[in-house]
Design a protein around this ligand. Sequence first.
Ligand code: 5GP
Length: 196
Amino acid sequence: MRGGDFLEALEQKILSEGTVLDGGILKVGSFLNQQLDVDFLIKMGEEVKRIYEGERITKILTIEASGIAVAVAVASVMHKNVVFAKKNKTSNLSGELFSAKVHSFTHGTDYTVTVPKDYLSKDDRVLIIDDFLANGNALNGLIDIVNQAGAKVVGCTCAVEKGFQGGGDELRKAGYRVESLAVIEKMSAECIEFRR
Ligand code: 5GP
C-alpha cells in the first residue's frame, strides 16, 4: 500500500523540482532522469521493499535507460539481480532472445525490447520497475517478456504514474498488481495534482 513519509517527500520533490513540458511530459532531470539523487533513490528502494513485504521476488526487470537507476536502487535493498531489457531499432533478432514490441510515448516511435533467454526462467517471480508509467506500453512489453519466459509477474512499480493517461488502471483491471509511488491525476505548467 502506498503512503507515508516517503510518498510525501516524493510528491514534494516533484512539485519543487519537476517541470511540465508540452505533450504531457514531466521532466524530473534533477533527481531521476539525468542527475540521480542516489540517497533519495535508495529511500525509494526501501519504500518498494516495504510495499512488497511478504512476497517472494527472485528478479527485478526494467527497461533501459531510465528504469535502470530505480531498479538498481530497489535491487540494492532487496538483494536481487536486475535484468534490463535493451531497446533495439531492428526486429532482426536471434532465437536466443525474448522480445516484445513497444510504442514509445516520449519519442512517438516503435521499438523492440529484448532480454536474453538466459536471464529469465519459468521459476522466476519478477518485480517490474520503471521510472514513469503513462499509457502502459513499456510495462506491457516487459510483462509480455515475463510471460514468454513462463515466469510470474509479482507486481509493477513505477516511481511516477501519470494516472490521467490510464495505462496503470488498465493493467490493474487486467489483474496485475500495480503499485506506483506518486500518482499524478492532473498536470499543467501551473499545477500538479496527485491521486489520493
Ligand atoms: P508508457 O509506455 O507507459 O506510455 O510510457 C512509459 C515510458 O515512457 C517510461 O519508460 C518513461 O521513460 C517514458 N515516459 C512516459 N511519460 C514520461 C514523462 O512524463 N516523463 C519522462 N521523463 N518519461 C516519460
